[in-house]
Write a protein that binds this ligand. Sequence first.
Ligand code: MN
Ligand code: MN
Length: 292
Amino acid sequence: MNKEKIIKAGKIASEVKEYAKSIIKKDMPLLEIAEKIEAKIIELGGKPAFPTNLSINEIAAHFTPSYNDETLASGLLKIDLGVHVDGWLSDTAFSLDLENNQENQKLIEASEKALENAIKISKKNISTSEVGKTIQETIESYEFAPIINLSGHSMEEYELHSGITIPNIDDKKQIFLQEGLYAIEPFATFGNGKVHDGKPSGIYMIIDTKNPRSQIAREVLDFVSEEYQTLPFCSRWIIKKLGTKALFGLKQLENNGNLHHFPQLIETSHSKVAQTENTILIEKDNAIVTTE
Ligand code: MN
Ligand code: MN
């Protein structure tokens, strides 16, 4: 663990979050929001750890604008962003109500309060199910549901999801937090509390570097291996570098088993979802929230 770089990645994410809150307005193109957030991360000396997720209403996660996207900000917007400094990560999210809607605001408050309560008890040797129980009870106290098949996660160098899961419910598992880096991310919804796969998101991750046949596929694979390593990236970034011909390369890499293509995640009853997330560094005797 490189604590200095972890703290730096968290501080940049926290500054970018404040910047994002200051610029996002209803009807702003999501493409413009994503590009401004990602440019700000670079300006402050980090790199995006994954494509900025800008998910509206019943889309719980994994919506990032495509290179020619025309979607405008509206509804209940979740902004999920990450920073890395030489592979050391931060991952943070907040939700905005762009409609002046009290129900949206209550839902957002439930996810924020759940995160706050979860962070209060998170320390070395506490069980992940205890953290999940706190999240579940807080969200249910607002008479909303936590999303049971989305969860927080441990992180390692260049590894956004490194194996340990922090559930949003009491899953009764006897897994205990150890010293390390974790993201905690309660999702609250009016709906069933479950997500299913939606359309392809345009967000990818390398799963195998076996040699593809075509020239363009190889060019894309070389670029993403070098630039993003094992972190997620999106078609928008690749097109910016290699032009729209890179879309063929991405498709071939997906078919050849080189890439995992993440689907959008949609609440099963098509109800609105709010998310709040912070990164926490757990040490021997204390815990530091790096992203606030
Ligand atoms: Mn996140
Ligand atoms: Mn996360």
